[in-house]
Ligand binder design. Structure first.
Ligand SMILES: Nc1ncnc2c1ncn2[C@@H]1O[C@H](COP(=O)(O)OP(=O)(O)OP(=O)(O)O)[C@@H](O)[C@H]1O
Ligand SMILES: [Mg+2]
Length: 230
């Protein structure tokens, strides 16, 4: 078991009341699995990732990562846990415009105190393993949308995460590119034994994931995966 959310409740202030963004949510994702979370806008998907990613502390419930309860760590321990165990990929790839693909990854190792030469070799190896051998020295404006998203995925893997949290990775991509990215995330999860949670609006790629859930007004329910399209 790699990430386990149990009975999570998260509320936000909403006028005189509180809005229940997550309503008794349970989610278990094992290493090696890619799990999709779908659901309408405003249903709580990003809130779920924020809790899983230790960016937001829930009102109640527990988050367990690799068997350790990480729900109420202090700020420093949370930051360490995020760096050591978690990888994030967002809707926009959030790459720094002035850095090459290699440098985007090197910066992460550098922040962790690693040597420049090792970080360069590791960055190149990771980028090549994601099919970016021709783009190592390009800046974001010289990359396609799909390539940018691959660089962002490579960057999320620099610290060998146990858990990968991915918010709408394909929303800026066409159908074919979207499918490649979801297939890539499935391969990464299996080969690197990462537990991946992917929020998506894209119902066409659900045959590629291990399981799928649907969020409705803060409640998470299993969703039937349609394989009839194959
Ligand atoms: N910081 C906040 N303060 C108050 N309310 C918030 C905050 N963040 C989110 N919300 C509310 O919580 C609910 C869930 O938001 P969330 O961002 O998790 O939805 P989502 O499913 O990711 O939507 P989308 O598909 O549009 O990204 C929404 O009603 C939203 O307005
Ligand atoms: Mg969202």
């Amino acid at each position: 078991m790699s990430i386990n959310l149990h009975d999570i409740v998260l509320t936000y202030p909403d006028g005189d009341n509180r809005l229940r963004a997550l309503d008794d949510v349970d989610l278990h994702v094992r290493r090696g699995e890619l799990v999709a979370v779908t659901g309408p806008s405003g249903s709580g998907k990003s809130s779920l990732l924020a809790v899983a990613g230790l960016l937001t502390t829930p009102d109640s419930g527990t988050v367990t990562i690799d068997g350790t309860d990480v729900t109420r760590l202090d700020r420093g321990a949370r930051t360490d846990m995020r760096r050591e165990k978690l990888g994030f990929v967002f809707q926009q790839s959030n790459l720094l415009p002035s850095l090459t693909a290699t440098e985007q990854l090197q910066m992460i190792t550098h922040l962790g105190g690693g040597s420049v030469r090792d970080s360069r070799a590791r960055a190149r190896e990771l980028l090549c393993s994601l099919g970016l051998e021709g783009q190592l020295d390009r800046r974001p404006n010289q990359l396609s949308g799909g390539q940018r998203q691959r660089v962002a995925i490579a960057r999320s893997l620099v610290n060998d995460p146990a858990v990968l949290l991915v918010d709408e990775p394909t929303s800026a991509l066409d159908e074919e590119r979207s499918r490649e990215i979801v297939a890539l995330l499935a391969d990464i999860s299996r080969e690197r034994q990462v537990a991946t949670v992917m929020v998506t609006h894209d119902l066409n790629q659900l045959d590629l994931v291990d399981s799928a859930y649907e969020m409705h007004s803060g409640a998470l329910r299993p969703r039937q995966i349609a394989t009839a399209a194959n």
